[in-house]
Design a protein around this ligand. Structure first.
Ligand code: ADP
Ligand code: MG
Length: 249
């Protein structure tokens, strides 16, 4: 049994079948990549996991419980966090303040702006936030204005905002999209580093094969809404079915 078990998921948008009978099993503490040509249904599948979309049929089980019918914030509380394609951070706030928002939200069930007035007294939360900042090598930037940071640092900060929620499963939708090679390599290093420091399962949608083969323990290839193959990276590389799926790109 995987920590995430998707069975027989179908999703239509009007006449378009975006997902057809999708099965996916993600084992605990692994990095599982979902790859496939544009329009294959990768983002649709991810949206079905986080409650942004509801499958027409099928089941999605996380850690032994169904996620279907739950709201995105409830699924987040079950232990699933998502990193967006473009970093979603609060540019007007400092790095530390950005990290504290999910800390307060997790503890209090909501975040209110006046929470910042006395945050220096919230020793436990501040310590937790600092530990995460050390983990992602951003402790020196704790008082920096977030909007003025590089794209790579914004990505790092967003990752830290997810990690502070202590997710069991981290979902990443094309985390290196639009990045230059150097930033891509930094992201690979960051994800490896995060993985080595904690028990976490990662499910990563990625177009860049360099990233996929650098990180994934297992790969599912999606084509036209259906899983084509699921295997270890070595067996995916030369697979003719996979090459064929990408030929139309
Ligand atoms: P991928 O992430 O693999 O590129 P998507 O999951 O975004 O693919 O899209 C799969 C298919 O579903 C595409 O043909 C896309 O145009 C279509 N699609 C995605 N979202 C919607 C939507 N909200 N409404 C209608 N069609 C959609
Ligand atoms: Mg997509």
């Amino acid at each position: 049994m995987g920590i995430l078990e998707v069975k027989g998921v179908n999703k239509r948008f009007g006449g378009l079948k975006a997902l057809s009978d999708v099965n996916l099993s993600v084992r605990e503490n692994t990095v599982h990549a979902i790859i496939g040509p544009n329009g294959a249904g990768k983002s649709t599948l991810l949206n079905c996991l986080v409650g942004k979309l509801i499958p027409d049929t099928g089941s999605v089980m996380f850690d032994g419980q169904s996620v279907l019918g739950r709201k995105p914030h409830e699924i987040n509380q079950m232990g699933i966090s998502r990193v967006f394609q473009t970093p979603e951070i609060f540019g007007d706030l400092t790095v530390m303040e950005n990290i504290l928002i999910p800390c307060f939200a997790r503890r209090d069930g909501a975040f209110r702006l006046h929470a910042f007035e006395n945050f220096a007294h919230e020793k436990d939360l501040v310590e937790k936030a600092e530990a995460i900042l050390v983990d992602v090598n951003m402790i020196d930037k704790r008082n920096m204005h977030s909007a003025s940071m590089s794209r790579g640092d914004k990505r790092r900060l967003e990752m830290a905002m997810c990690l502070v929620q202590e997710p069991k499963l981290l979902l990443l939708d094309e985390p290196t999209a639009g990045m230059a090679r150097a930033d891509t390599n930094n992201t690979i290093d960051l994800l490896r580093d995060i993985k080595s420091k904690r028990d976490i399962t990662m499910c990563i949608i990625e177009h860049d094969m360099h990233v996929v083969f650098s990180l994934a323990d297992r790969i599912t290839v999606l084509a036209q809404g259906t899983p084509l193959v699921e295997d270890e990276p070595e067996n995916i590389k030369g697979n003719p079915k996979v090459q064929e799926a990408y030929l139309g790109e």
